[in-house]
Design a binder for this molecule. Structure first.
Ligand SMILES: C[S@@+](CC[C@H](N)C(=O)[O-])C[C@H]1O[C@@H](n2cnc3c(N)ncnc32)[C@H](O)[C@@H]1O
Length: 137
């Protein structure tokens, strides 16, 4: 059974889809990825909660990949007034190199798998910058 948020006028789902379509490469094929939707919904609610509490200060995302979650965060922030969003990533071809303790902890001992995962998570600074330039916050 495919599970996903309803296709109604749900503001989060609309934002999730908009971000998925604008991120580069477009993540359309993942728009129905329920686990990802659920994870990003938690991020969405957390940012709203922080803002609703009147907390001050900047917001940072560490590890943005193609900027899908950063776009959602930026959208929530821009709805609630000016706030600086810092977006960090290596932009150097994916995940950090693993040390032996990482490999033991996650049971990942194959260099090929590690390289494939690293390449999968490669991202492009200029593309993320262009995506987030749509959001003035
Ligand atoms: C799994 S993606 C997460 C993307 C997004 N935030 C999400 O929740 O779907 C992890 C990102 O973290 C970045 N990253 C991993 N280790 C890093 C490091 N040591 N310094 C900077 N960026 C790092 C990778 O380049 C990748 O874009």
């Amino acid at each position: 059974m495919v599970q996903h948020f309803s296709e109604s006028e749900d503001p989060f789902l609309n934002l999730y889809k908009q971000a998925a379509e604008r991120a580069n490469p477009p993540r359309r094929n993942r728009a129905q990825n329920f686990e990802k939707q659920r994870r990003f919904y938690v991020v969405y609610q957390m940012i709203r909660h922080v803002l609703d509490r009147g907390s001050e200060g900047d917001v940072a995302e560490c590890g943005c990949w193609h900027g899908h979650s950063a776009y959602i965060i930026a959208s929530v922030l821009s709805d609630k007034g000016p706030r600086t969003l810092w977006v960090f990533d290596s932009f150097e071809g994916g995940l950090s190199d693993k040390i032996d303790q990482d490999r033991e902890a996650i049971g990942d001992t194959s260099p090929e798998k590690t390289l494939a995962k690293k390449q999968h998570y490669a991202s492009n600074f200029e593309q993320v910058k262009a995506l987030l330039a749509e959001k003035t916050i």
